[in-house]
Design a protein. Structure first.
Length: 380
């Protein structure tokens, strides 16, 4: 066994014996997401490096502590990418230095602007090596797509926020960079933007990402097209709109991916700091009866709202009424680790059947409850 992995496994076995909670840390960029971290830090930075990469096979195996930016740079050298555009988020204390890690990317399960068109993080996880709550090193999946019976554990890890164990290594499917890309802009209201997106979604168009927001009283829809050169050019001619400069468009989508766009920054200025909520709803959901203008992504499926803490129930009620859910993504007044300090839960409550599944999985992988205790739901 690799010395760094052996040291981590030994640490976990000791923590299980003493019932000492552990707080798994990668790049430390997403402490704001989920409930408040608890326990002694267990850092994954020593689990670093690319284990194997076969560009011709479109598969890469990488250790969990590897910075996501480092992996993406390697893929770019070969004209390939992780198409779901997971946010990298610079470390709060050292912007741009390290950013998120591959393990943190999988554990958080967050995807960027293209998620609605290309799939989520979990759709690209082929296999994983996990250290469970007994200090056992377990491997799941492999390096090819295949059907499995029961739980596909490697994919269950995506979005688990580390409550099942420490992700040591993952194998990921990668894709070639699209031959052509263009971004179109349309001035329109929120209702018109949703109507257009639903209309375009029913056509054979190379849609990749979309974003609508209002600035200075003007609503603007950005639409990114990706695919074959002929398909992208034909779509541009058919859809109309204003074609954006390529470099400016790339900067715009990157600002959305890492939440550096002015819409996100505006919630933290002066004394008007507001909570950031993410509502996941069907793409066909109409304009929601909520205060404030959202930023809408994923062809209508992801809607960001800035709101005061007293609006939590209204946001959750509106999401449920539309057939979706609401997450307190980032609190306005975080503590030193970026987690909320009050009684508003970050995630919607689980239904009883789902709660039983969550508890059963937690008990199976982490019987002593040492990993990221309460990070996902406070009673897990």
């Amino acid at each position: 066994m690799d010395p760094a992995l052996r040291q981590i496994a030994d640490r976990i076995r000791a923590a299980a014996t003493d019932a000492t909670p552990l707080d798994i840390r990668g790049g430390g960029t997403k402490y704001f997401y989920g409930e408040a971290p608890q326990g002694e830090p267990l850092v994954t930075s020593e689990l670093h490096g690319i284990t194997s990469y076969e560009p011709s096979e479109l598969v890469v195996t990488v250790r969990a502590g590897t910075p996501l930016a480092e992996l993406e740079a390697l893929l770019a050298e070969h004209g390939q990418c992780l198409p779901f555009e997971a946010p990298r988020f610079a470390h709060p204390a050292n912007p741009g230095v390290r950013g998120g890690t591959v393990g943190g990317m999988v554990a958080a399960g967050l995807s960027g602007p293209s998620r609605a068109s290309v799939g989520a993080v979990r759709d690209y996880v082929l296999g994983a090596t996990l250290v469970n709550g007994r200090g056992e090193v377990l491997s799941f999946g492999g390096t090819v797509m295949k059907n499995v019976a029961g739980y596909d554990v490697s994919r269950v890890l995506a979005g688990s926020l580390g409550v099942l164990g420490l992700i040591a290594e993952v194998s990921l499917k990668v894709l070639p960079v699209a031959p052509a890309e263009a971004t179109l802009s349309f001035d329109c209201s929120q209702a018109d933007a949703l109507r257009l997106l639903n209309e375009w979604g029913g056509r054979p168009l190379p849609l990749n990402a979309s974003a609508w927001h209002e600035a200075d009283g003007v609503g603007r829809l950005a639409l990114r097209l990706r695919g074959a050169v002929a398909a992208v050019e034909a779509a541009c001619g058919h859809l109309g709109g204003e074609r954006q400069d390529a470099q400016q468009a790339a900067a715009f989508w990157q600002s959305l991916r890492d939440q550096q766009h002015p819409w996100f920054a505006a919630r933290l200025v002066d004394d008007g700091a507001a909570d950031l909520w993410r509502l996941s709803v069907p793409q066909t959901a109409p304009v929601l009866a909520l205060d404030g203008m959202p930023l809408i992504e994923w062809h209508g499926g992801q809607r960001w709202y800035c709101a005061a803490r007293g609006q939590a129930e209204a946001l959750r009620d509106a999401a449920r009424a539309a057939g979706g859910s609401a997450t307190l993504f980032a609190a306005a007044s975080p503590d030193s680790l970026g987690a909320a300090t009050d009684s508003v839960p970050k995630f919607d409550a689980l239904s009883p059947p789902l709660a039983r599944i969550h508890r059963a999985l937690k008990h199976e992988f982490d019987p002593h409850r040492i990993f990221n205790r309460g990070r996902f739901y406070r009673d897990l």
